[in-house]
Design a binder for this molecule. Structure first.
Ligand code: B16
Ligand code: MG
Length: 218
């Protein structure tokens, strides 16, 4: 395939903001008297803010104004923690891969469910390496709907068939495939084994590795 664009998920792919999401949801859960563990947090990987709250509430249904207030409270805690993010928080392999893609003339985008993606990109200081950001404000339907990645490809002005998605969440891999894009899954096969190619993370992963891994799949 002729790869002209790579669309990266943010949390779990370029950086690990999952810990900050965890601490923020845990603080909220504690205030509400609801148990919330690291295992519970794994189920929130790549999941939208609203769906995360619904999972945290374990089926309890609250009036809409209370849902909004709880999402805002959690986001306040999360935003407070973003001051800790520096370029050192780029996950292993990200910096060299972004440099290689820039040299190779491959376009790059972010396709993140987060409404805080712009701020995280700013703090990671990768704005100059990324050609387009599709985030939690870009589309209505969250992953696994294909919308966010189709939107990102549109921002790059590339056909979906020439874009590859890199994702750490099962719903993100589903979204890429629903958008008719090849998906690189990062993490355990139990989570992302349905991707077109799987790596543990981006450490030492080159453009050639990505192309060869995708070509190796029938
Ligand atoms: P926010 P990604 C996702 O980021 C996170 O993995 C997920 O835990 C979070 O709930 C979601 O963004 C929304 O984030 O509350 O900041 O809008 O993996 O899609 O980059
Ligand atoms: Mg993710």
């Amino acid at each position: 395939m002729n790869i002209r664009g790579i669309i990266f998920d943010l949390d779990g792919v370029l950086t690990d903001t999952a810990e900050y999401h965890f601490l923020s949801w845990q603080r909220l859960a504690h205030e509400l008297g609801i148990p919330f563990t690291r295992d519970d947090n794994e189920h929130l990987r790549g999941v939208s803010r609203r769906q995360s709250l619904e999972l945290l509430l374990k089926g309890r249904v609250l009036p809409e104004d209370q849902m909004q207030a709880l999402m805002e409270r959690k986001n306040g805690y999360y935003v407070e923690s973003l001051v800790n993010i520096t370029p050192d928080d780029l996950l292993p392999g990200v910096r060299p891969l972004l440099d290689e893609l820039r040299t190779a003339g491959i376009q790059t985008a972010i396709g993140s469910a987060s409404k805080n993606a712009q701020e995280v990109v700013r703090r990671l200081e990768i704005g100059a390496d990324i050609d387009a950001i599709a985030d939690g404000y870009s589309v209505i339907r969250p992953k696994p709907a294909p919308d966010l990645f189709v939107y990102a490809a549109g921002m790059l002005r590339l056909p979906v068939a020439e874009c590859v998605v890199v994702e750490d969440a099962a719903a993100g891999v589903d979204a890429a495939q629903a958008a008719a894009m090849k998906a690189i899954g990062l993490g355990p096969v139990e989570r992302v084994g349905h991707a077109d190619a799987v790596f543990p993370d981006l450490s030492n992963v080159t453009l050639k590795d990505i192309v060869e891994a995708l070509e190796a799949r029938p």
